[in-house]
Design a protein. Structure first.
Length: 211
């Protein structure tokens, strides 16, 4: 075995030992760090999937299909405010992306959160509680957070796209950057809300001893 391989192996053992000791001394902090790393990995996955689904749906008539549901009050100009507000027409043409944009966003988030559920349950929290019960509460939390994030998006989505695409004249590249910014904000909201929820639903139950 070469000196480089021996050195690398020793380094790996040292890092593993350090992490094991750290987890024993600071279990909550270590758990949060693992949650943070996995969440960021899921966010990167969303950055990859979002443009893919968006380009697929952009080729369909769904772009010109308005999707506006859950009216809640009014905007400052007196127009109706919708929690999910995706006006017909491409973003580059001044529209809201229509049903195509809505589906691209929601399918991306759904895939990412399904992966996140199993990864966090098995790796971060090492839960052995009933998976169906955890999945049920996770689904409830996902729906509530999705509605909340969509309501918040109504305040920042249009200004971000307007700023990057038109005010700064970045065009299609600005649209891509705006996609990343909005997805990052959505991910940040989910990150801070899901951690305490996971702490509740992902339990480590004592193993039952056989008689």
């Amino acid at each position: 075995m070469s000196i480089e391989k021996v050195t690398t192996k020793k380094t790996h053992r040292g890092v593993l030992k350090f992490w094991t000791n750290y987890k024993e001394k600071h279990p909550n902090v270590a758990q949060f760090l693992v949650f943070f790393l996995l969440s960021n990995g899921v966010t990167v996955l969303q950055f990859i999937l979002m443009p893919l689904f968006k380009s697929i749906f952009a080729q369909t008539a769904l772009v010109d299909t308005s999707f506006r549901v859950l009216q809640f009050g009014q905007n400052f100009d007196g127009s109706p405010y919708y929690v999910f507000d995706y006006a017909a027409g491409a973003l580059a043409a001044g529209g809201g992306g229509g049903l195509a944009y809505f589906l691209a966003v929601q399918i991306t988030i759904a895939i990412a959160q399904i992966i996140n559920f199993f990864a966090q349950r098995s790796i971060t929290f090492k839960s052995n509680s009933n998976i169906w019960k955890a999945a049920f509460w996770y689904l409830i939390a996902y729906v509530i957070i999705t509605i909340g994030a969509a309501a918040a998006q109504g305040f920042y989505k249009a200004p971000i796209y307007e700023l990057l695409m038109n005010t700064w004249g970045m065009g299609s590249f600005g649209e891509t950057v705006a996609d990343v910014v909005t997805m990052t904000i959505n991910s940040a909201i989910a990150f801070w809300v899901f951690f305490p929820i996971f702490k509740i639903i992902f339990k480590q139950e004592p193993e039952k001893q056989g008689e």
